[in-house]
Every structure is written in structure tokens, then in C-alpha cells.
Design a binder for this molecule. Sequence first.
Ligand code: RP5
Length: 169
Amino acid sequence: MTSKIDKKPLIGIVMGSSSDWDVMSNACKILEQFGIPFEAKVVSAHRMPDEMFAYAETARSRGLKAIIAGAGGAAHLPGMLAAKTTLPVLGVPCVSKYLRGQDSLYSIVQMPKGVPVATFAIGEAGAANAAIYAVRMLSMTDDTLAEKLEQFRASQNQAARDMVLPTDD
Ligand code: RP5
């Protein structure tokens, strides 16, 4: 999948399986909202190791600025990508069948010194926040994006102020 924007992708979103899509689609939605060109695909560390290495090795020369990688269970994808590229890798622990993503979180966050993966929360919030974080990185050199982030912050503030509890009349 590529974004609807007709430009070279700046962010790569990869996941270990199509079963991660429910979580990782939340990252795609954020990038679409901010108008960031991206690509999204399945690149499995365990089932497609050669393709995973090729993805990491060519990512920078293809123009990507960061990779958002989501995986569940023995979630080696973000760490192995980080081992094979110098781009920032943002890791998203996907919800797993038996341990509800705690295994994914531990697999992604406990990287050895020298090979960083920025690790986000388990599930939907983690995927969305990884994408917002990627937008923040891109905004360092893009004032229009910085302004969009201010508007996003303001709209969240307003939404929280407008929250109504069932007991409010
Ligand atoms: C991981 O194994 C994937 O990231 C996924 O979260 C998990 C299960 O994959 P499936 O068996 O559902 O394809 O590699």
C-alpha cells in the first residue's frame, strides 16, 4: 500500500503479518491526516528474512526518512531493521494472541546498547504515536508540518475540554 499522495514515500510502515494491520493501520491514518507520503507492507523478519534485509539496506537510498515497524509475539522485526539501517526505527508492539502484546513489547524494547529502536506503547495508541512522532521528526525541517502539529495539539486540547461525563447535566 502507498499513500494517496502522489509523491515518493518519506516513511516506511512495515509489519510482520497482515494480522498486524488492525494495529498498524492507525499509523497510516495519522500520516494520511498530515499529508505525509508513505508506503505500507508486510515484511516478516522470520518468514522473509532476505526481503527484510533488502528493505533495510535500501531504505535510505530510496528516500525514506524513518521506518515504523510493528510486530507481535517474538517481535524481532524492528530490532533487525535497526541492525541493518542507520535510519531511525520506531517500533510498535502489536497485540499478540496469548500474551496480549507484553511479549512484543519486551522483544522490541530490550535492544542491546548501540542499536536503538524507539519503542512505543502496545497496540493502537503506539502505532498512532509512532506516526505522530515521525511527523514531529519531519517537522524539524518543515514549517508547514510544524504548524499542522500545533493545530493537531489545539484540536486535542479542545476535544478534552469538551468532554462530558454521564453525570453532567
Ligand atoms: C509476527 O507474528 C507478526 O508480527 C504477528 O504479530 C505474529 C503472528 O503472525 P501470524 O501468524 O498472524 O501471521 O511475526
